[in-house]
Design a protein around this ligand. Structure first.
Ligand code: ATP
Ligand code: MG
Length: 750
C-alpha cells in the first residue's frame, strides 16, 4: 500500500529532481534519494508523526533527512532540534550525514542517546537537579559494587539478597519512575527489605555524588517535571524532537519525551514493533500505541520497501516473524534479486563452528570483500571467546562490541578512579577502589574503621579519612592514609591548566599504577601498561562534544557512557563481533548468526513463556535482517559454554524458515554415511589412508603426523567422537589448528 501522501509536499509543489545543487534553498539533495513513501514522511506537515515500518525500510534514513528538511525547508535551526538515537556511534554517523546533506555544521543540534542527553542536561543544571557539580556516573559494574556494599552495610544476607537481583529491583523501579517512597511492601517482608536496600542505596549514591544509568534518566525527568520554568525554556527551544528505535523506549524515556513535547512540540518518532528487544530492560513496545493515543492527531506513515537484504534473506525474516502473535502487522518487500539462499551449517562443537565461520570469512576476503563487511552475531557475550581465539589464530583483526570493553578493563578503571577522585573527593566508589592500590600499607582494619565512621556520620570516605588519620591510635595506617590523601590533593593541584592528555598521563605516571603492573608479570602486566598508555592516547584524541564541561569531567563521563563503542582502532578494517542486541540498526554484507540452538537461542529461560519466546524471535528477526547479501546460520551438536558441555538440537527458529530458502552446507545425512565407502574410492595413498572404520579414530593418535590434500601437513592435537562422528583436531603448519571430520578429511598418515 502506498504511504499517506504528504499534504505538505503537495502544498509546496516540491520538485524532486535528483540533480545536486549548491543553492542553499534547494531541497532536492534531501528528497531525491528517497522513495515516495519515505519522501512523504520526511516532508510530513509539522505535528506529531509516527513512522512505523519494518527492518531496512529506511526509517533511520527518513529521520536523518527529516532533520535536514526541518532546517532547510521549515526554517528550524539546529539549535532547536533534539534527536535521540540508540548508540553514540549512530549519533555520530547521523550528525555527519545531516551535515553532508546541509553542507553546513550541525554542531548546535542535540543528538545522542537518552543517557547521553540526560547527562548533558544534568551537567548544565546540576544545582536544580540536586546534584553536586562534580557528580560521577556509575556504570553497571560500579553500581553492582555499591549495591553489594549496601547489602553489607545493612547486614543482610547476600545469599538471600543476591546483589544482581537487588540491582535489578532498583533499576526496574527507576525505569518506571518510582522512588523508594513510592513503594509499598504490603505484608511482604522480602519486599520491605528490598525497599530498605533501595533507600539506603540512594543515600550512599547521594553521599558520594554518584549517578547510575537509570538515575540519569529519572533525574533528568524529575528535573523538568519539578521545574516549570526550566521545562518551558526547553519546550521553547526544542520544538522538534525526533526518536529512532522508538519501540525500545522505556517508561521513563517516554515520559521524558512526552514532557518535553507538551502540547506544542512536534515529535517525530520511527520504530518497528517487530524489533522490540529490550523488554527485559524495561522497554515497552506499547509506547507505539501509547504515542497514538497521546497524540490522536499524529500522522502515521508506513514504509514497505526493504533496501537492505536480498529477497531470500527478507523472505526468511518475514516467515520467521509471522510466527509471533502480537504484531501490529506490516508488509515488507524488496525489488532486489533472490540472491544466495540462507546457508545453514551444523557443527560438531563450538570450535568447529568457529573454524567454519573463519573459513567463510576467508572466502569472502578471497573474493575481494573486506573484513569489516563481515559480522559475527551471537546471543550471549560468552560465545565470543572461541571466535576470538580462532580469529587470532587466523590472523584476522576483529573488534568486539560490548563484552569487556576498553573502559571497563580493571586497569583502566583503576586509572579513571584516580582521575575521578581528583575531580570529586566524595566519590566513594573510586576511593574504595584505589585507596590501597598500589598497596600502601593501609590495612583492612583501618579501612573498616573508615567505613564505619563514614556510615555513622553520613559522610563520604574522603571526609572520614580526614578524621581517622588524625587519630593517634593507628599510627602506621593513618600515616599511609595521610600520604594517600596528600597524593590526591597534590595531583589535583598539579594537573590544573594542563591539556587533557597530559593530565591523564601525569596522574597515571604519579599514581604508581605502572610500576604496580610491571611487577605483576604473571597477569600480563605489560599488556595492562600498554592499555594505560592507550588511555592517554584516548584522551589525546578525545574531542568534547560541547564546551559546557571542563575537559576532564567531560572525558570521564565519556568513558562511562561510551565505553565499548570506540574499542580498537576505528579505522582498521576489522571483522565485527557483537551480541544480537547490540547489532540493532546496523547492516553488514555478510552475517553469521552463531549458536542457533534451542536452549541458547531461544534462551533456556525464554522457551517456556510465550512473551519471552516472542521477544527471542524478534531478536532473531533483528539478526537476520542485518544481512545484506549472505546470511549464515550455524549450530553445534555439542557446546561447551561456561565450562559445561551441553548437547542441543537446532533452534526452533531454523525450522520456522521455509526449507526452500535454506541450503544445508553439510547435510546431516552425509555425516552418517558409512565412511568406508568414501575411503575405498581413493587409490594408492603412499602411507595408507587412515582407517575410516566404525571404531572411530582408527590409527590416529595424539601427536600423529598427517597430511591433508588441501591443508598440507600437520600434527594431531586431539581426537574425539566415534564412528561417523569421529573427528580430529589437527594443527596444520600453514593454517593453524582445524577440526576435521575423520570420515571426510581423507588424512594420510605420515
Ligand atoms: P532498521 O529497522 O534495521 O533500523 P531502517 O528502517 O532504519 O532499518 P535504514 O538503515 O535507514 O533502515 O536503511 C536500510 C538500508 O537501505 C540503508 O543502507 C539505506 O541507505 C538503504 N536505503 C534506504 N532507503 C533507500 C532508498 N530510497 N534508496 C536506496 N537505498 C535506501
Ligand atoms: Mg534504523
Amino acid at each position: 500500500m502506498a504511504a499517506i501522501e504528504s499534504a505538505g509536499a503537495r502544498r509546496r509543489g516540491v520538485e524532486f529532481a535528483p540533480a545536486m545543487s549548491l543553492d542553499p534553498t534547494d531541497v532536492s539533495p534531501i528528497l531525491a534519494p528517497l522513495n515516495d513513501a519515505q519522501r512523504a514522511a520526511v516532508t510530513a506537515p509539522l505535528g506529531a508523526t509516527l513512522v512505523l515500518a519494518g527492518a531496512g525500510s529506511g526509517k533511520t534514513r527518513v529521520l536523518i533527512h527529516r532533520i535536514a528538511w526541518l532546517i532547510q525547508a521549515e526554517g528550524a535551526t539546529p539549535h532547536g532540534i533534539l534527536a535521540v538515537t540508540f548508540t553514540n556511534k549512530a549519533a555520530a554517523e547521523m550528525r555527519g550525514r545531516v551535515e553532508a546533506l546541509l553542507g553546513s555544521s550541525g554542531g548546535a543540534l542535540w543528538l545522542g542517546t537518552f543517557h547521553g542527553l540526560a547527562h548533558r542536561l544534568l551537567r548544565l543544571h546540576w544545582r536544580e537537579a540536586g546534584l553536586p557539580q562534580s557528580f560521577q556516573i556509575l556504570d553497571s559494574e560500579d553500581q553492582l559494587r555499591l549495591v553489594r556494599k549496601t547489602i553489607r552495610a545493612l547486614e543482610f544476607d547476600e545469599a538471600r539478597f543476591v546483589p544482581r537481583e537487588v540491582q535489578y529491583f532498583i533499576n526496574q523501579h527507576k525505569d518506571e519512575g518510582r522512588r523508594p517512597q513510592h513503594l509499598q511492601a504490603g505484608g511482604d517482608p522480602t519486599e520491605r527489605s528490598l525497599i530498605r536496600l533501595y533507600t539506603e542505596y540512594e543515600q550512599l549514591c547521594a553521599r558520594s555524588g554518584a549517578v547510575d544509568f537509570a538515575e540519569l534518566l529519572l533525574r533528568a525527568f524529575e528535573l523538568w517535571r519539578d521545574n516549570a520554568s526550566l521545562l518551558q525554556h526547553y519546550r521553547n527551544r526544542f520544538r522538534h524532537v525526533l526518536v529512532d528505535e522508538f519501540q525500545d523506549t522505556n517508561a521513563i524515556q517516554y515520559a521524558w519525551v512526552r514532557l518535553l513535547v507538551g502540547a506544542t512540540g512536534c515529535p517525530f518518532v520511527v520504530g518497528d514493533d517487530d524489533q522490540s528487544i529490550y523488554r527485559w530492560r524495561g522497554a515497552r513496545v506499547e509506547n507505539l500505541q501509547k504515542f497514538r493515543s497521546d497524540f490522536p492527531q499524529a500522522q502515521l506513515y508506513k514504509l514497505e520497501q526493504n533496501y537492505r537484504s536480498s529477497a531470500a534473506i527478507l523472505a526468511a525474516a518475514n516467515a520467521l516473524i509471522a510466527n509471533n502473535s502480537a504484531r501490529l502487522g506490516k508488509k515488507l518487500w524488496t525489488s532486489g534479486a533472490l540472491g544466495t539462499p540462507v546457508q545453514l551449517y551444523c557443527a560438531y562443537n563450538e570450535r568447529d563452528e568457529a573454524d567454519f565461520v573463519i573459513g567463510r570469512i576467508q572466502q569472502w576476503l578471497g573474493e575481494g570483500g573486506r573484513r569489516s563487511e563481515c559480522a559475527i552475531l551471537y546471543r550471549s557475550n560468552a560465545q565470543s571467546r572461541v571466535f576470538e581465539e580462532a580469529l587470532i589464530q587466523a590472523r584476522l583483526p576483529y573488534r568486539v562490541y560490548g563484552g569487556l570493553r576498553f573502559f571497563e578493563r580493571s586497569e583502566i578503571k583503576d586509572a579513571l578512579a584516580y582521575l575521578r577522585l581528583i575531580a570529586n573527593h566524595d566519590d566513594d566508589a573510586s576511593f574504595d577502589r584505589i585507596v590501597n592500590l598500589p598497596v600502601r600499607g593501609i590495612g583492612a582494619r583501618t579501612l573498616e574503621a573508615l567505613r564505619e565512621t563514614a556510615r555513622a556520620q553520613g559522610q563520604s570516605l574522603w571526609h572520614a579519612a580526614g578524621a581517622v588519620q588524625a587519630e593517634p591510635s593507628n599510627a602506621r595506617g593513618s600515616a599511609a592514609l595521610h600520604q594517600f590523601l596528600a597524593l590526591i590533593e597534590r595531583l589535583g593541584g598539579e594537573i590544573g591548566g594542563l591539556p587533557l592528555h597530559e593530565q591523564v598521563d601525569h596522574v597515571i605516571s604519579q599514581s604508581g599504577l605502572i610500576e604496580h603492573h610491571r611487577k605483576n608479570k604473571a597477569v600480563r602486566g605489560e599488556a595492562r601498561v600498554e592499555n594505560l598508555e592507550e588511555l592517554v592516547s584516548a584522551a589525546r584524541g578525545y574531542e568534547p562534544e560541547s564546551s559546557e564541561l571542563p575537559p576532564l569531567q567531560s572525558f570521564l563521563a565519556h568513558a562511562v557512557l561510551e565505553s565499548g563503542e570506540t574499542q580498537g582502532s576505528e579505522w582498521e578494517d576489522c571483522v565485527q563481533m557483537m551480541t544480537l542486541h547490540s547489532a540493532k540498526g546496523l547492516e553488514f554484507p555478510v552475517v553469521f548468526l552463531a549458536g542457533m540452538e534451542d536452549g541458547l537461542f531461544p534462551h533456556q529461560r525464554s522457551s517456556n513463556e510465550l512473551a519471552s519466546l516472542e521477544e527471542e524471535r524478534r531478536l532473531c528477526y533483528v539478526g537476520i535482517t542485518r544481512a545484506m547479501r549472505q546470511l549464515y546460520l550455524s549450530y553445534a551438536e555439542q557446546r561447551r559454554l561456561h565450562g559445561v558441555d551441553s548437547y542441543n538440537t537446532a533452534s526452533r527458529f531454523i525450522q520456522e524458515i521455509p526449507p526452500a530458502l535454506l541450503e544445508e552446507l553439510r547435510p546431516r545425512i552425509q555425516l552418517a554415511r558409512p565412511a568406508a565407502t568414501e575411503g575405498t574410492m581413493h587409490h594408492g595413498p603412499r602411507h595408507g589412508r587412515i582407517a575410516e572404520t566404525d571404531s572411530g579414530a582408527g590409527g590416529v593418535r595424539l601427536g600423529t603426523r598427517v597430511r591433508h590434500g588441501k591443508f598440507g601437513e600437520g600434527i594431531v592435537l586431539n581426537v574425539e567422537g566415534q564412528g561417523p562422528h569421529a573427528r580430529v583436531h589437527v594443527n596444520f603448519e600453514q593454517l593453524g589448528a582445524k577440526w576435521l571430520m575423520l570420515s571426510l578429511a581423507r588424512l594420510e598418515l605420515m
